[in-house]
Design a protein around this ligand. Structure first.
Ligand SMILES: [Zn+2]
Length: 519
């Protein structure tokens, strides 16, 4: 027992030192120069300024930085970094599956901090594919792929560079920075929970703000506990000039955190000692006034974290990054997966009327159940599952629709309808409108047990409600939609669902509608 504790402790402290070094590597000028070439900082700055102005705020005020961060995470997730589930075979392009074997790193891989090499076997030609888990941000700028570790590492680094860069090239921002403490970013690690993300210091709000680049989530610190059902125990933040215990920000039940800590094999006093000593060492490079400012910042953060907050609705969703299988293997989400798992079941009102009538309006992004006037806001909240899909609003064309995330080859989304034992579906009619451009592909299948029906979903021919007689007498069915195909950089836009004008509600046809009559 004591032996195991010692080795777990050794691993912990090994990791802690590694994170400190990692964040310090962000300051190396040669790496920063590479990142400056990669970052579209002019566009990001421009978008952020437009959004600040659009919100009726002063683009020269400190809130600019918060808008800049929002643009940065959007760009990072949608255009720059890719999620890796399993690599494609480099010989024949087919899928590969993981083999339970760590491969030996090459010297080159080791040079870029990849001591762990995952192995994958091609399902078609048997070729062995390698996936090195790089730690070097220099390397990640080129590979642009990984899982949460690579994502958070590269994103935290780029935020740091973004701020360097904007502050160097933009006079207005320069003015702030000359008078204020340099904007800070932190690499945040759930030490027992195997997930990492970013925090930045908001000059406007005067507090540290959570950013998860994998999820494009900003300021939703309770999402891991409330949404992913993680047990929060030790969460540490690593910056170039300090390390800090930020656990309490991520839990709405501080008593439970303390209980878990008492039972955990990690000794809190030893951990605090490490954090304190490391911070003293890192702070030594700061100037006197910066050191004082940092001390105030950290003290305020401690007070801020003492407040137990309750999770809002925005923290309740499961993971959106990663494939379903990957999410399930990690046991995140609501027990089985990271999906919403919403099921349309008839209410008492609907049963009394022998009818359920659901309409989804993309302009207002909400589901409406006409019997009983129930509203479900947000497309995701009415889905059973979805993967790689988002709602796009085109400001210039004044259209809204669902499409797969930029850069994703595939997106999928499903809705589930179910009645209880004593009720049977008699008549089911569905309207499902999709818009295809180039060779974008939309495939819609309605499934109930063994029965599978393909739905025609072209915008023009999809205008009518389609009766599905095969569903008569059943108790449940699922509508599955898969988005793929398209050409070039905009391929994701070539398969759109529920495209509607954002200007008026005058459309006579709801793009997605399900009517079920009961027996
Ligand atoms: Zn192959």
């Amino acid at each position: 027992m004591s032996c195991r504790v010692a080795s777990a402790d050794q691993r912990l402290y090994g990791n802690l030192h590694h994170y400190v070094d990692q964040v310090l590597s962000y300051e190396r000028q040669c790496v920063v120069n590479k990142a400056i070439d990669v970052l579209p900082w002019i566009e990001l700055t421009k978008l952020a300024k437009e959004n600040v102005a659009g919100a009726g705020l002063d683009p020269n005020s400190l809130i600019f930085w918060d808008f800049l961060m929002a643009e940065a995470v959007k760009w990072f997730k949608r255009s720059f970094f890719k999620w890796m589930t399993a690599p494609k075979c480099s010989q024949c392009g087919c899928d590969t599956s993981a083999i339970p074997l760590q491969l030996q790193p090459t010297q080159e891989e080791l040079n870029y901090g990849a001591s762990r090499i995952e192995g994958y076997r091609c399902t078609s030609c048997d070729h062995l594919e390698r996936f090195p888990r790089y730690n070097s941000v220099e390397k990640l700028l080129g590979t642009c792929v990984g899982r949460c570790g690579e994502w958070a590492n590269c994103f935290t680094f780029l935020c740091r560079v973004l701020q360097f860069n904007v502050s160097c090239r933009d006079e207005i921002c320069m003015r702030f920075l000359l008078n204020t403490y340099q904007i800070q970013v932190r690499y945040v690690v759930d030490l027992l929970g195997d997930h990492v993300w970013t925090e930045y210091y908001s000059l406007h709000e005067k507090r540290w703000i959570h950013v998860d680049p994998c999820e494009e989530a900003i300021d939703r610190p309770l999402m891991y506990e409330a949404g992913w059902k993680k047990e929060i125990t030790f969460i540490c933040a690593f910056a170039r000039d300090h390390v800090a215990d930020v656990t309490m920000r991520y839990s709405s039940n501080h008593g439970a955190v303390i209980n878990r800590r008492l039972k955990s094999s990690f000794e809190s006093p030893r951990l605090y000692n490490f954090l304190w000593k490391t911070t003293q060492r890192l702070k030594a490079c700061l100037m006197e006034n910066q050191r004082k400012e940092l001390d105030v910042q950290l003290a305020c953060d401690l007070v801020n974290m003492m407040v137990e907050r309750t999770p809002g609705q925005e923290s309740m969703g499961g993971r959106t990054s990663g494939s379903m299988a990957w999410i399930m293997s990690r046991g995140e989400g609501d027990g089985q997966s990271g999906d919403v798992k919403f099921v349309f079941r008839p209410s008492a009102r609907e049963l009394a009327c022998n009818k359920m009538h659901m309409k989804y309006n993309c302009r207002r992004d909400m589901y409406e159940r006409t019997v009983g006037q129930e509203i479900i806001p947000g497309w995701r909240n009415g889905t059973y599952s979805s993967y790689g899909v988002f709602r796009k609003e085109e400001r210039d064309w004044k259209k809204a629709y669902l499409a797969r995330l930029e850069g994703r080859e595939r997106g999928s989304i499903s809705w589930l309808f179910e009645v209880s034992e004593d009720v049977t579906m008699k008549d089911v009619r569905i309207r499902f409108c999709g818009s295809r451009f180039e060779d974008g592909d939309i495939s819609v299948t309605v499934t109930s047990g063994e029965t599978q029906v393909k739905l025609n979903c072209d915008q023009d021919s999809g205008g009518d409600l389609t009766a599905i007689p095969e569903l008569a007498g059943t108790k449940t069915f699922c509508i599955d939609c898969k988005l793929s195909g398209g050409v070039g950089d905009c391929a994701w836009q070539h398969a759109q669902l529920f495209r509607e004008s954002t200007e008026s509600d005058a459309e006579d046809v709801t793009p997605f509608e399900v009517i079920i009559c009961f027996e």
